[in-house]
Design a protein around this ligand. Sequence first.
Ligand code: ADP
Ligand code: ASP
Ligand code: MG
Length: 408
Amino acid sequence: MALIVQKYGGTSVGSPERIKNVAQRVAKFKMLGHQVVVVVSAMSGETNRLVALAKEVQPNPDLREMDVLLSTGEQVTIALLSMALMELGLKARSYTGAQVKIVTDSAFSKARILDIEEQNMRADLDAGHVVVVAGFQGVDEKGNITTLGRGGSDTTGVALAAALKADECQIYTDVDGVYTTDPRVVSEARRLKTVTFEEMLEMASLGSKVLQIRSVEFAGKYKVKLRVLSSFDDEGEGTLITFEEEDKMEQAIISGIAFNRDEAKITVLGVPDRPGIAYQILGPVGDANIDVDMIIQNVGADGTTDFTFTVHRNEYKKALEVLKGVQAHIGAREITGDDRIAKVSVVGVGMRSHAGIASTMFRTLAEEGINIQMISTSEIKISVVIDEKYLELAVRVLHKAFALDQEA
Ligand code: ADP
Ligand code: ASP
Ligand code: MG
């Protein structure tokens, strides 16, 4: 007997029929004698619908109330799935985040899990119940409802698996695993049988939304056996997230290409080239709770320099306003920006031991006439910022240039 945590995403629970299919799959695991905890997302489109609803009432919605609103999506699904399980003759019980008690900090809309009480779930499992938990939500120490950021049900799944020391965490979604890149953009993308935690972390942080980054962090930290699978196929191994040591041999140099359309870039032109300037620019941005991603500062000429950085596109306007407010203080000549950019990244642990990856990447983009606006690298990834309109072309040609369409 194993303890398995299964997470089903929005598309997988998008209609009553699909919820019944999920119940069938859960029943199959129960019949094999396993204990099952199921984490579900809101039905597909529901979270977006609620976000739009809020914005009609309050253009810049209050974050506490937003979390109260958004958490309702998952509450619908847990009840429906529990009913579907009962219809199959199984014992099932639903839990909201607060009922489990998934304790988080109070950072509404991007809360972090601090603690999970497991007694009630354990007791239910031991009594033969399927435990059905609402993903994406928790409760802070004062009893406020919180949410974990978009895609957060993945993190609920992995965190529950870690807390319960589950034998495996299975993430069921609308693709049958992690691919070399988003299969909806490049039809030649291939499913990876395995991908290392490190690579998955990079891919998730660079825009591959198949797993929320925090779920991968959790899995790495607590050594959760994590697999991504299709909720629509009955067969298939999906993709196992592994520790590098396990499959070091014959590692492909590049494992995947990630991309992100959610960024915008801001350039502060003609700032005095002296100590403290980065702090003067990014300090107020940080104080406004805006996360900064890539940063570039040019070599100074004539005693001045240009400073460019990227932020989430949703925070572009706010960041521009913040900087305009301190422009005179910084002594900057001009502040400009562009919110029509995209970031493309190639990721692979094999990069550590191979030279020439960057030049292949840059040559491939040059051959298509795609201008690179910013570059950043780490040991296992190279990212470039380009004009958003070339994004799909860039991903396709890079996928081919690194032979990702061919079996490694
Ligand atoms: P869910 O609702 O099940 O959480 P998501 O939409 O969050 O599903 O994540 C699955 C989607 O992630 C896929 O439909 C696919 O378009 C996208 N995706 C992006 N990059 C990748 C990748 N490298 N491999 C697989 N899917 C990817
Ligand atoms: N329903 C939330 C979202 O759409 C959480 C999730 O699906 O993981 O982002
Ligand atoms: Mg998701």
